[in-house]
Design a protein around this ligand. Sequence first.
Ligand code: SF4
Length: 349
Amino acid sequence: MQIRARRNLVGASRAELAELLAELDPHPFRAEQVYQWLSRRMAGDVDEMTNLPKALRQALAERAVVQDPEVIEVRRGNDGTAKFALSLADRVVIEAVAMPMEGHTTICLSSQTGCAVGCIFCVTGVLGAGRNLTGGEIFGQYRAILRREGLVGAPVNVVFMGMGEPLLNLPNVARAVELIAETVSPRRVTVSTSGIVPGIRKLAALERRPKLAVSLNATTQEQRERLMPIAAHWPLAELLDTLRSFPLERGRRITFEYVMLAGINDSDEDARRLPRLLRGIPAKVNLIPLNPDQRYLGELEAPDEQRISEFAGILAAAHVNVTVRWSKGREVAAACGQLRGQLTIRPPA
Ligand code: SF4
């Protein structure tokens, strides 16, 4: 007898569910019911889908499973930040983070199992490339965290700032964004990129566009190439031109992240160049003091607080909307640039 592998329903689109359900039930609305259970109510099992007839649930369970990445470790910081290690079906381990904020929780998701972009200030980048996550794996991280933390139905923001470059995996990120949009407005979802110009153009064409953040970190092409080797492929001038034509709804801005590195990109000249670069782009700048990590990031360190405030002061005086983001979750290595998928491969059980 041939045994058919059961497909994972997490990440399935409406059309894919319609095709599957059409084989099992004559009513077209069943697919929408299943879609709602998976994407809104975050059902963890076919059996939880109680408005489906029992016979249909049985038939569906014979063909399909509901399987999120498995949470294998949670580390909690004093500020409430939780870092999750999640094991995928091929036993690769990725990380995601939940940060309690005022009035909501921000969930930071990974889009790849490593990162080929190679930013020198980022642990994921130093550890190197990985594979793309599927749309189901990305959305499954989100579901797993909501379920585990009791956040189903609670206000959340979602940021793609975990492991990987989301715009090098745009089809799967777009699928996950579409599923997340069932519970979170795209206004509360942010995709952060190192500046992949073709990906930004594709993102601009999406009907339900998330917000865009760009990891800038430099004010000259030379400096940017030193910090982010990918800048050699998509030069600063081309990146900024592309951003000038990125469609923004009224009141929206592009966020520019600027990881501050002592003695490298924190001079007064940098602070004076930055507003000139951003001219013509509705922008806000997040200054992020580096989260040092001697093991992976060597001698790189953050400027002291006075230098950071002076830098921010120059930007503010030039009418740049600027905030300093003191990262949450430092003590559990959940802060920006600290995610690394720890074991990478989990030994067989
Ligand atoms: S900062 Fe982002 S794009 Fe750069 S190496 Fe790290 S994960 Fe990749």
